[in-house]
Design a protein around this ligand. Structure first.
Ligand code: FAD
Ligand code: GLY
Length: 378
């Protein structure tokens, strides 16, 4: 089959794009993954949809994150209708706890710029925190509450997106690793693995942390994506201890609907290694107990790691590449790929189906790094 669109990478980004293209009428879509879909960063994530906590200043990145977050209620409802899978969008809200003088100055600054921008944000006293989240540490001095910063069960999201693809005729090929994109003149005409070539009208690259390993014809990709290793631990309390996503300057806690409490995360550049360590487990446990002291009584029930895809400036790479036709890049969503999936899918689809440009393709385009001509060779 010669697909209209070939998507390389079956994480949350590639699968969301496949679904949106299908919903907008693209008939022949193929998606290739080197392993099984959704088993890399998108599986390892904490599922936080928390731009108001995680982004430190107003601007295009904050805007794209908030816009994508606001798509989640409809995204979750539609996926439930389409697949019967509940992605467990939890809209209880997020707390950001302040313990030190530095934390207080940080939350006051955040309160000021976000309330000026008209966003939902509340500054809580220590007593109000105890009332809202009785499990929170008594050492909390103040907190911010973000009623619109939520979380989702990212593993269920992946299952729903994969199931959507399966039941709608999207051609998924797993265990198929792309080595290079095939370039003819100035056009990408498909992709090559160690033993096959797949041609397509348009190729979308959604390969997360491994993007820089793929060649563009005989050249390197004209931008870099580095893996940033992150670890999470999980507790399984006998009863629900925590109601909200709770963050601080040193980490976060995410209570899941199945009773688990996740605590994350570490952040290190260690290449493509995905192993976990005892020292990280201890560090995360200590951080989690500072936020919720009752966790000290619990065993660590699980631990895992994943590789965040990070560009040179830490922002997504979204758009086409200078002088290269029929190629679209959607990668480097770093710490926010779950959050950014619905809007990424919408923007990419509007471009590929209707030719609609977005200012985000300039702001986050690949050409911001080192524009250069890659117009020959295959
Ligand atoms: P991936 O999920 O990594 O998918 C890329 C896919 O491409 C993989 O399946 C891979 O096998 C495939 N692939 C790669 N190379 C090739 C090739 N050559 N040929 C074929 N297939 C290929 N984000 C949030 O929004 N909220 C969070 O709370 C959050 N928490 C996180 C916590 C941790 C510990 C980590 C590690 C990440 C977290 N993230 C979070 C970030 C988020 O997980 C990523 O930004 C997101 O999953 C990226 O999605 P992706 O589809 O681009 O990449
Ligand atoms: N966004 C949470 C993390 O990357 O750990």
């Amino acid at each position: 089959m010669h697909p209209e669109v070939l998507i390389i990478g079956g994480g949350v980004i590639g699968l969301s794009i496949a679904r949106e293209l299908h919903k907008q009428g693209v008939k022949r879509i193929a998606l290739i993954d080197k392993g099984r879909c959704g088993e890399e960063a998108s599986w390892a994530a904490a599922g936080m949809l928390t731009p108001q906590v995680e982004v430190d200043e107003p601007g295009a990145f904050f805007d794209i994150c908030c816009t994508s977050r606001d798509l989640y209620p409809a995204f979750a409802d539609q996926l439930l209708d389409e697949t019967g899978i509940d992605i467990e969008l939890d809209r209880t809200g997020t707390l950001y706890l302040a313990f030190s003088d530095d934390d207080l100055s940080e939350i006051h600054k955040r309160f000021e710029w976000q309330s000026k921008a008209g966003l939902a944000i509340e500054n809580l006293s220590a007593n109000e925190v105890q009332h809202l989240e009785p499990s929170a540490s008594q050492n909390v001095r103040e907190a911010l509450f973000f009623p619109n910063d939520w979380q989702v069960e990212n593993r269920k999201l992946i299952s729903a997106l994969k199931y959507y693809a399966d039941i709608n005729g999207i051609d998924i090929r797993e265990n198929t690793q792309v080595k290079k994109l095939i370039v003819q003149g100035t056009r990408v005409v498909g992709a090559e693995t160690s033993d096959i070539q797949i041609t397509a009208d348009i190729t979308v690259l959604a390969t997360g942390a491994l993007t820089s390993l793929i060649k563009l014809g005989q050249f390197d990709m004209p931008f870099d994506v580095e893996p940033v290793h992150g670890q999470i631990i999980a507790f399984r309390p006998a009863e629900n201890l925590v109601k909200h996503v709770i963050c601080s300057s040193s980490g976060y806690i995410v209570p899941r609907m199945d009773g688990r409490i996740l605590a994350g995360s570490t952040s290190k550049k260690v290449g493509f290694d995905k192993s976990v360590s005892e020292s990280a487990a201890l560090e995360l446990r200590e951080m989690a107990c500072e936020l919720v002291p009752a966790l000290a009584d619990l065993e660590i029930a699980d631990q895992w790691a994943g590789l965040r895809p990070c560009s040179l400036d830490g922002l997504p790479v979204l758009g086409s590449v200078n002088d290269i036709e029929s190629l679209f890049i959607a990668t480097a969503h770093y710490r926010n790929g779950i959050l950014l999936a619905p809007l990424t899918a919408k923007l990419v689809t509007e471009k590929l189906v209707n030719g609609a440009d977005s200012e985000y393709f300039t702001t986050f385009g690949a050409d911001r790094f080192r524009p250069r001509s890659v117009s020959t060779g295959s």
